[in-house]
Design a protein around this ligand. Structure first.
Ligand SMILES: C[S@@+](CC[C@H](N)C(=O)[O-])C[C@H]1O[C@@H](n2cnc3c(N)ncnc32)[C@H](O)[C@@H]1O
Length: 229
């Protein structure tokens, strides 16, 4: 374990490849000032999400877990002018901060923040005829990841991409009886079940990539929904 080194390399990457950005910096500062927890992805992870969305030509994006809208800004910026992003957040106070951050980033018109438990708002999305989404980023409460996979598949199309964060947790994922307090009650077990469901799901081709950096040793799942979905 060498977290100072990983963080230093993240800074090196950001210094070289990710220019200072007023709206993103302001979103982090406003989130901290409002007392939101520090759960946003790193800048290099945000750039990765943006690149995935652009490479994929995503026009509709769904995000589960908004917090202050930091990852939302990265993803929404990848959209064309007529693109749309829906982001789901349980906490109305976080959603309010996110809306202000998105407005400051000039993205209020293309992003909708929907407040409520995602397992409630996902069926509403389907009922409203939203989707299918080209890219879905799962980053909410991890104990519900199994349900989020099911709803992501319902709201996707052949060729949709699903990304899920925090699927390694410094190797804690290896422990069948493990827990990770920072993922909340049942969070680690939710991620383990998520792997099992992915493994058994004929409609997806998936991998997980381990990462180290400012966020420690963790990783993300990258999955592609099959053509015969
Ligand atoms: C890790 S943070 C999201 C970070 C954000 N994606 C980013 O990188 O900027 C997880 C978020 O999910 C929200 N959340 C937790 N449980 C939820 C639920 N059941 N439904 C919707 N959102 C939930 C939390 O309030 C928190 O804002």
């Amino acid at each position: 374990m060498n977290e100072p080194l990983w963080s230093a390399v993240d800074r090196y990457i950001a210094t070289h490849l990710i220019p200072e950005d007023e709206a993103l910096d302001a979103a982090l500062a406003a989130s901290a000032a409002a007392g939101l927890p520090a759960g946003a992805i790193s800048a290099s992870q945000g750039r990765l999400l943006e690149l995935l969305a652009r490479i994929h030509g995503a026009r509709r994006i769904l995000e589960l877990g908004t917090l202050g809208g930091y990852s939302t800004i990265w993803l929404a910026r990848a959209l064309p002018a007529d693109g749309r992003l829906v982001t789901l957040e349980a906490d109305p106070r976080y959603a309010e901060v996110a809306r202000a951050n998105l407005a400051n980033a000039g993205l209020a018109e293309i992003v909708q923040v929907r407040v409520g438990e995602a397992l409630q708002t996902l069926p509403e999305l389907l009922a409203d005829g939203a989707g299918p989404f080209d890219l879905i980023f799962i980053d909410a409460d991890k104990r519900n990841n199994p349900g989020y996979l099911e709803w992501s598949l319902r709201l996707s199309r052949p060729g949709s991409v699903i990304v899920a964060d925090n699927v390694v947790r410094a190797g804690a994922i290896l422990d069948p009886d493990g827990s990770d307090p920072s993922l909340g009650d049942g969070g680690l077990q939710g991620v383990r079940r998520f792997y099992e469901l992915l493994a058994a799901e004929p409609r997806v081709t998936a991998t997980a990539i381990q990462t180290v950096g400012a966020k420690g040793h963790d990783g993300f799942v990258l999955a592609l929904v099959a053509d015969d979905h």
